[in-house]
Design a protein around this ligand. Structure first.
Ligand SMILES: *Cc1c(COP(=O)(O)O)cnc(C)c1O
Length: 400
């Protein structure tokens, strides 16, 4: 790497800075042999529940498992339909399928990349009907009940939760937040005129602490948050072989616990999360300012008045994405694409009856989005360099 190179993200510096504290966690785990469950897991769960303004946090082995457990705990059953968006990481739909449910999609809003409430309304009203006897919403084409909706808080920004919760109540759907990219994000609800944290507005929420997330472990980790006592209890059983106490199995569960050492690492990092998220917001604002001279050549991310994003990613749209990415790569600037293929068109879901054109907003975004370097510690100079090169690339590619 040359001096001028700007990495897409930097996970090394933060761990160098925290090394002393992290090694201390490891030492204490070794000395007590407290590897599974125990006080570090419990302390993290209490602290993270408080951080999210939720009643309960249940640690899990990954975000994918957290989402699966939350869905099962909320009552989603084999054969049910669960609605989500096509522009998410495949873990969202994997978790739905692992429950035995069928993922179906609703397109996103073009400016926020999160589920479009109007299209959700249309899906529920036009493709489904209310069965008063069952008190369930039945999908016409399959005859299956729609059990839940999983709004994905993408790139650090929450979905528009007021209407989603309203439809949840109206159509008897559980609302399970995929908050894997949104630790600390906030949403302004017009119902009670207050800001709410991600993880506190659905019946339950799933978080990932994959190392690259805003709050990342030093390995695999995840958590469920909920303020529903029943969902909390069921999630605790599911993650730990269905045990209410050792070798007393109320149900069949999974091996899906949060590792105690990871919980200890997460406690150290959770104390910094607010500061890191504030840095990400400042970085996003600086990008917005620097890019404002680009006219319509670069579409910056949009943060509606009801949202306080934590900018897990800073995602722009450009016309000639491949050219721009290549130009930046040559200039030593790392970028990413989150995600290049919408899930309904991915190989894994071929044969499900989806076609190109089914979800045009997500499809168009997939061809145009580009994630710029975004991590706490990214300097103003580095950002200027990124934007200079982005502008050179988009202006240069106009004549192509
Ligand atoms: C990271 C992520 C997940 C999965 O989390 P893991 O901890 O990797 O299992 C799920 N959904 C979204 C949107 C994610 O970004």
């Amino acid at each position: 790497m040359t001096d001028k190179a700007v990495p897409f993200f930097d996970l090394v510096t933060v761990h160098r800075e925290l090394e002393g504290e992290l090694v201390e966690v490891l030492r204490s785990a070794l000395r007590t042999a407290g590897f599974i469950g125990g006080p570090m897991v419990q302390a993290f769960e209490e602290e993270f529940a408080r951080f999210c303004h939720a009643q309960h946090c249940i640690g899990a082995s990954s975000g994918t498992d957290a989402l699966r457990f939350a869905l099962v705990a909320a009552g989603v059953q084999q054969g049910d339909i669960v609605i989500t968006v096509p522009n998410t990481f495949i873990a969202t739909t994997e978790a739905i399928s692992q429950v035995g449910a069928r993922p179906d999609f609703v397109d996103v809003d073009a400016s926020t990349y999160t589920i479009d409430p109007e299209k959700l309304r249309a899906y529920l009203n036009e493709q489904c009907s209310w069965n008063a006897e069952l008190q369930r919403t039945i999908h016409h084409e399959t005859g299956k009940p729609v059990a839940a909706v999983v709004p994905v808080h993408l790139y650090g920004q929450m979905a528009d939760m007021d209407p989603i919760r309203e439809f949840g109540a109206q159509f008897n759907l559980k609302v399970i937040e995929d908050a894997c990219q949104a630790q600390g994000a906030e949403y302004y609800s017009h119902r009670d005129e207050q800001w709410h944290k991600a993880g506190s507005l659905g019946h339950a929420a799933a978080f990932s602490f994959y190392p690259g997330k805003n709050l990342g472990a030093c390995g695999e980790a995840g958590a469920i948050t909920t303020s529903d006592e029943h969902i909390a209890q069921a999630s605790r059983l599911l993650r730990d072989h269905g045990q209410s106490k050792k070798y007393y199995h109320d149900i069949e569960g999974y091996n899906g616990r949060l590792d105690a050492i990871q919980a200890g690492f997460l406690r150290v990092k959770l104390q910094r999360l607010h500061g890191w998220n504030e840095q990400r917001r400042e970085i996003a604002e600086r990008y917005n300012k620097l890019l404002s001279t680009s006219g319509s050549l670069v579409q910056p991310p949009v943060q509606p008045g009801w949202s306080r994003s934590v900018y897990h990613q800073y995602v722009i749209q450009v016309e000639n994405r491949a050219g721009v990415q290549q130009h930046l790569s040559k200039a030593g600037i790392g970028t990413g694409i989150h995600y290049p293929i919408p899930l309904h068109l991915t190989q894994a879901y071929r044969g499900r009856g989806f076609h190109g054109g089914d979800f045009p907003i997500a499809e168009q975004a997939a061809n145009r989005i580009l994630s710029l370097p975004m991590f706490p510690g990214l300097t103003p100079n580095q950002q200027e360099r990124v934007v200079v090169e982005v502008l050179a690339a988009v202006r240069g590619s106009m004549g192509d």
